[in-house]
Design a protein around this ligand. Structure first.
Ligand code: SAM
Length: 399
């Protein structure tokens, strides 16, 4: 009872004191002052509900649930590490989804076509019964291995351990992010430009091939380029990092034309986008933050400029892969369509769209792909295989 009375007395004293403090000097609690009325994650959800329900129709509710649930990771094996983690990962119940690909699905679905080995490489061509080339199967480097837990299994990977020289055994990333690297179809000695490379997941996958002649890595953000360098130091031997074969720059990728046009065999343009999963889950560094509205609205224009810069950087006959981690039609198919048009109009460059269906067909047992895209392929999140979204489209420079 005495305690209760004391507490009441204390409260009254506080109230009296507040009355004595002028309104001007009262400090509002931090919580009330800084908490946004609409957090960016809510704004993102509202935006996606409007755009994706009309874009994806009946599919949107299930994709929405998957996007709001915990994502799945893949463990990209680091061949530069001296310790062998294959057995360890297998003992955890994971499998290498690359080794488990289905090489026969296209032929079974379409008995009218046959495959033949190209003489110059391990890539394969699909020919119809008249012998005309139809679709090209990408080259699969046996060195890229990415382990995933089975469908429906949401076990998390343990953090990777370093070997004696300090290199980590595997890199955790969205397993679907490896697909644009396969789409790139890197061959021995190729020169390659990764125009928006940080933090470096796809770079690491490409380096695993150990086939690249020259690799140019670029990212406009200086802080993210430092992150890229840190990742590389944790996964790649010093000799390779300091060799003439690897160059790291931090410039605006849209200006690449002024540096080295018509040069590269392969160009990866993995652009900044609305990063749908991140935008729904994290308020920090969220593109749906009100103060970043202008930046968000300018994204398709920036993506278009970056893709055009990548096209100009490729040599005639070279190939370009455009990729994002958004479901947005405007940022995906819309950007590619406009780039094909402008490459011809402004640069006189003819582009051919390379069909990635064979690649998607091979990995349907691991990922869910959108079924109705007329340009490119897209992994869509699904509760049983919660990877993506990853969109990719491949273009070949004819002139
Ligand atoms: N490829 C990376 C990976 O696999 O880890 C992810 C790239 S992330 C989707 C997009 C990157 O583009 C960001 O790191 C961002 O800093 C960079 N970026 C944004 N604007 C750019 C520009 N104008 N030129 C080059 N890079 C840019």
């Amino acid at each position: 009872m005495a305690l209760c009375l004391d507490a009441r007395l204390l409260m009254r004293k506080i109230r009296d004191l507040r009355c004595l403090t002028s309104r001007r000097h009262r400090v509002k609690g931090k919580w009330a002052a800084t908490r946004p009325k609409y957090p960016p994650t809510s704004l993102a959800l509202r935006h996606f509900d409007v755009t994706y329900s009309s874009q994806l129709g009946k599919l949107w509710p299930s994709v929405r649930v998957a996007l709001l649930s915990e994502r799945k990771y893949g463990a990209l094996l680091n061949n530069f590490c001296n310790d062998d983690f294959v057995e360890y990962l297998a003992s955890q119940g994971c499998r290498d989804f690359v080794a488990d690909r289905n090489e026969h699905v296209c032929m079974e679905q379409n008995p009218e076509v046959e495959f033949s080995e190209k003489s110059d490489s391990t890539s394969m061509e699909k020919r119809d019964i008249s012998g005309q080339q139809q679709l090209s199967l990408p080259h699969f480097s046996p060195n890229i291995k990415c382990f995933v837990f089975p469908r429906g299994d949401i076990t998390r990977f343990k953090p990777a351990r370093p070997d004696r020289s300090g290199l980590l055994g595997y890199y955790l990333m969205d397993a679907a992010s490896v697909l644009p690297c396969f789409a790139l179809d890197v061959h021995e000695g190729h020169s390659l430009l990764d125009l928006c490379a940080a933090p470096g997941g796809k770079t690491l996958a490409l380096l695993q091939t150990q086939a690249i002649g020259f690799l140019y890595l670029n990212d406009a953000s200086v802080s993210r380029t430092s992150r890229l360098k840190k990742v590389l130091h944790s996964y790649v031997p010093k000799e390779l990092l300091t060799s003439e074969r690897l160059h790291i720059t931090s410039i605006d990728g849209t200006k690449w034309e002024e540096i080295e046009p018509n040069t590269f065999d392969r160009v990866l343009v993995d652009v900044p986008c609305t990063t749908d999963r991140h935008s729904l889950m994290e308020d920090d560094n969220n593109i749906f933050n009100k103060i970043r509205t202008g930046e968000r609205r300018r994204l398709p224009q920036l993506q278009l400029q970056l893709l055009l810069a990548g096209v100009v950087a490729a040599r005639p006959g070279g190939e370009i892969v455009y990729s994002t981690c958004t479901l947005s039609q405007i940022q995906n198919v819309g950007v590619v369509q406009e780039a094909i048009h402008l490459a011809c109009e402004n640069h006189g460059i003819q582009l051919q769209v390379v069909d990635l269906r064979p690649l998607a067909d091979m990995f349907r047992n691991t990922f869910h792909f959108a079924s109705d895209l007329h340009l490119g392929e897209m992994v869509i999140p699904h509760l049983a295989a919660n990877f993506g979204p990853i969109y990719m489209c491949k273009l070949k420079r004819l002139t």
